[in-house]
Design a protein around this ligand. Structure first.
Ligand code: HDD
Length: 678
């Protein structure tokens, strides 16, 4: 049976419940006649244990919370589908990668890594990008991040890494941040983290939107085709809208103004029909070329430069449906890098090998037992049959006496399938060696790709990385750790280390050998790969009564036509009247919105009469300017930006020309105007 994009949705339908219009019952289905008062001995007397409705309601409530994920606790998810552009038959026998006419349903959960479930969305952190493909051959999970490398090389160090970036144990501070002593102590003593930390200090770690970031499978996996030929493979997600980020000051303010910034953005985009899209790319290396690179392709702190191993775009994922219930779906979804289908297999990357243990283990405690695969969100869309039985929360009613293999009673079924019948057979890689607790010498180089990343940055990106290091290490209380951290940076780039040292009050590194790598990989630079566009970007229109009705309506319509999302901000809610009687509904006030929540601002006028509103509008515009955003003003709105220096991102026209909206939109397509930085 060919899969289709709706097969998961159809399966979920049988679990959906809506209580609207129904009578209140207990979980046993008994209707209750009283919902406000517990059973008491006399109106002013004690509550009686006999009140089964009270007991049941209270017990259920007392158990509502489950442990949050140890990492990636804060996340948000959506449904969609994956479609293939071209058959990948030559490289893999994975069923969902054969036929471009098949659409595979997916569920994607995006997350931050360090923060608790209630932490802010816009913190500096890697973002999780976990995709569950509900294929006809079973679930395939691609559990990646928005950064293509990882902090450590061996999974045994994962608890150390996580302990170092989580809030410090003695005072549980800071929340959702690496800017503290233990993380930088870890960094300076575990230099394999150098490359990933460069990415973390870059603007990649403060994405504008989940819709505007890349995803990476990080590890080297294997593709295996029908003939049994294997190739090494790395997976990439490339957002159709391009990769866009916030600026650090803005990100920090958003964490206060709207801690739900990224989940709201994803939710609203899907509700409005602006479906996020990501193309799937693969990099492949023939097994014969395993040792042809100046790094070990099994080392998860290394990427395969896209200039050397091109990314082949093979399909596209579209997210088009929000969840019905965040707990049931987003919270209970259980990902696992070990959920693979025939045609996809593992490599010996020691980080991946350890992950293969950790994920089931964590779900057992988090989801309370071994039957979490039966939760609606986790069920495959194809049937599954085996002799696993019982355990907490078992939902399946397995009939018949047989729960063992081999058996005569059921004619030796369920029986393993041959490869021809679609059975997954582990790739028969030849392995030999002594049992050792050592790391290969080929994993020893910690700095070359960190330096390559630095070499690949534009001046603007370098400046942001320098500031990020200065901020993070500047928050470290121990001067020794600040010094050690700067010394490690010195092994990447001496000039960068000197700047950070100056900012954080320690000495530039002495006797530290700087990496002499000159190689660049332009593909890792956001700025060099900028995709210009305005679709789905949010424009704040500042307006008050008396605005120029004709001009402002025309400009707003042009903004909408271009696919942007304009919203009206004023000093109070309600309806605004223009000079010609045009009416517009206010979306937000200066109290409920803020410039950091928008991509651009247009001051349309009408607010000058009220001195307080004028002040708020001026500060709104100035803040947007300081975050390098596009600013436009017409009519008396131009007064708000009178003292700002002219540049290509500032469009001020008292009587707007017919090109005003176009000029504004072209400037918005640039995303930010970095010339203001220097
Ligand atoms: Fe992990 C969750 C991604 C290394 C152990 N990881 C988790 C999630 C993502 C990643 C996206 C959230 C899934 C969701 O939304 O439910 N993890 C990665 C990547 C890694 C990585 C890209 C490196 C390449 N992880 C890693 C290691 C270990 C773990 C080395 C342990 C050996 N990860 C876990 C976990 C989590 C998890 C503790 C917490 C919640 C969960 O699994 O379901 O098992």
């Amino acid at each position: 049976m060919a899969n289709n994009e709706n097969s998961k949705d159809k399966q979920l339908e049988q679990f959906r419940v809506n209580n609207k219009g129904e009578k209140l019952t207990t979980n046993q289905g008994v209707r209750v006649s009283e919902g406000e008062h517990s059973l008491k001995a006399g109106e002013r007397g004690p509550t009686l244990m006999e009140d089964f409705h009270f007991r049941e309601k209270m017990t259920h409530f007392d158990h509502e919370r489950i442990p949050e994920r140890i990492v990636h606790a804060r996340g948000f998810a959506a449904y969609g589908y994956f479609e293939l552009y071209q058959s990948m038959k030559e490289y893999t026998k994975a069923g969902f990668l054969q036929d471009p006419s098949v659409k595979t349903p997916v569920f994607v959960r995006f997350s931050t890594v360090a923060g608790s479930r209630g932490s802010g969305d816009s913190v500096r952190d890697a973002r999780g990008f976990a995709t569950k493909f509900y294929t006809e051959e079973g679930n395939y999970d691609l559990v990646g991040n928005n950064i293509p490398v990882f902090f450590i090389q061996d999974a045994i160090k994962f608890p150390d890494l996580v302990h170092s970036f989580k809030p410090e144990p003695h005072n549980e501070m800071p929340q959702a941040a690496t800017a503290h002593d233990t993380f930088w102590d870890f960094f300076s003593n575990n230099t394999e983290a150098a490359h990933m930390v460069m990415w973390n200090m870059s603007d990649r770690a403060i994405p504008r939107s989940y819709r505007m970031m890349e995803g990476f499978g990080v590890h080297t996996f294997r593709f295996i085709n029908e003939q049994g030929k294997a190739r090494f493979v790395k997976f990439h997600w490339k957002p159709v809208l391009g990769v866009k980020s916030l600026v650090w000051d803005e990100a920090q303010k958003i964490a206060g103004k709207d801690p739900d910034f990224h989940r709201r953005d994803l939710w609203e985009a899907i509700e409005m029909g602006d479906y996020p899209e990501y193309e799937l790319g693969v990099q492949m290396i023939d097994e014969e070329d395993e040792f042809s690179f100046d790094f070990d392709i099994l080392d998860p702190t290394k990427l395969w430069p896209e200039e050397d191993v091109p990314v082949k775009i093979i399909g596209k994922m579209t997210l088009n449906r929000n969840v019905d219930n965040v707990f049931a779906e987003t919270e209970q979804v259980a990902f696992h890098p070990g959920h693979v289908v025939p045609g996809i297999d593992f490599s010996n990357d020691p980080l991946l090998q350890g992950r293969l243990f950790s994920y089931t283990d964590t779900q057992l405690i988090r989801l309370g037992g071994p039957n979490f695969h039966e939760l609606p969100i986790n069920r495959p869309v194809c049937p599954y049959h085996n002799n696993q039985r019982d355990g907490y929360g078992r939902m399946t009613i397995n009939t018949g006496p047989v729960s063992y293999h081999k058996n005569s009673i059921d004619n030796n079924t369920p029986a393993p399938a041959s490869e021809e019948e679609g059975g997954h057979a582990h790739y028969q890689e030849k392995v030999e060696g002594r049992k050792v607790q050592r790391r290969s010498d080929s994993f020893k180089d910690h700095y070359s790709q960190a330096k390559m990343f630095w070499n690949s940055m534009t001046d603007v990106e370098k400046e942001h990385i320098t500031e990020a290091f200065s901020f993070e290490i500047g928050k470290v209380k121990s001067k020794d750790i600040r010094q050690q951290s700067v010394n490690v940076i010195g092994s990447i780039d001496a000039a960068l280390a000197a700047k950070v040292a100056d900012a954080v009050g320690v000495n530039p590194p002495k006797d530290v050998e700087e990496s002499n790598v000159t190689k660049e990989s332009p593909a890792v630079s956001m700025e060099k790969n900028k995709i210009k566009g305005v679709a789905t970007r949010k424009i704040a229109i500042l307006a008050g009564n008396g605005f120029h009705g004709k001009d402002v309506s025309k400009i707003t319509k042009e903004f909408e036509k271009a696919g942007t999302r304009p919203e009206i901000i004023s000093n109070k809610q309600g309806v605004l009247k223009g000079d010609d009687g045009t009416e517009i509904e206010v979306d937000h006030t200066f109290l409920t919105a803020d410039s950091v929540l928008f991509d651009a601002v247009y001051a349309a006028g009408g607010l000058n009469e009220d001195p307080k509103a004028k002040k708020q509008a001026v500060s709104f515009m100035h803040e947007a300017f300081s975050h390098y955003k596009t600013i436009g003003a017409t009519h008396d709105g131009v007064d708000f930006i009178a003292d700002l220096p002219a540049d290509s991102g500032l469009i001020s026209e008292t009587s707007p020309s017919k090109d005003f909206a176009d000029t504004f939109l072209n400037a918005l397509a640039e995303h930010r105007h970095w010339n203001r930085q220097f």
